[in-house]
Design a protein around this ligand. Sequence first.
Ligand code: SF4
Ligand code: SF4
Length: 231
Amino acid sequence: MSTHTEHAEHGGDIRSIMTGEKPKNGHDAERKLNFWERIYLVEIFKGLVNTFKMMFRPSTTIDYVGEKSRENQRHIPAVGYRGEHYLKVDDSNNIKCVACFMCSTACPAECITIVGDQTDVDQFGAQRFKAPEVFEIDMLKCIYCGMCVEACPKDAIAMSTTYNQVGTKRGDFIFDKARLLKNNDEFMESLGLARSGKDKDGRYPLSPDGCGPDVTHGVQPFRQGVRQDGA
Ligand code: SF4
Ligand code: SF4
């Protein structure tokens, strides 16, 4: 709400609007242009000099996607950052997910689709309890809340620090099982870890959410890749 004082301060402007007179002082007062300013040539030349000067300065922007980042401009996500999801595998390269639907039930955005497969056979020919035949996350609906990670009883899903998602069509953002496993491989490789998340000392340095130090050092059985059937 304007006050009497404010009206008084802007009295000159209001009076000039009402009377059509030019204001006598203040920032709205019209400044007289000199001859060189009126012909604009000098000002145009000044502008061109400025443009040419900028052409030889290092660019402060990047041609994103083509040029991902520069060392001094790289965004380093904080510990606990929730980026792209990945599906984990155990030491035998079996997917850890058992298609229990806990994550999709917990997901507030309802963006996880799972179809369970009871007939999955691992590389040793042993039948597993359950595994997902279809596991999809619609990243366009995801709100990156991390509830799916919290809900998972098998430490099978986590979120990496990958934040730069780029696509040209909606389908690029429907992450299927293959994409989520590929995310796992790429993230582990970037951290210098084995596919299962194990380091060279046989420890699991990532926390269950996938992006922080593991305070339990992998002592929990499921984190050591031991399957539910004990094999
Ligand atoms: S991060 Fe949240 S919204 Fe995204 S899939 Fe997981 S539970 Fe759903
Ligand atoms: S990711 Fe975890 S919570 Fe989701 S279905 Fe698989 S085992 Fe269950």
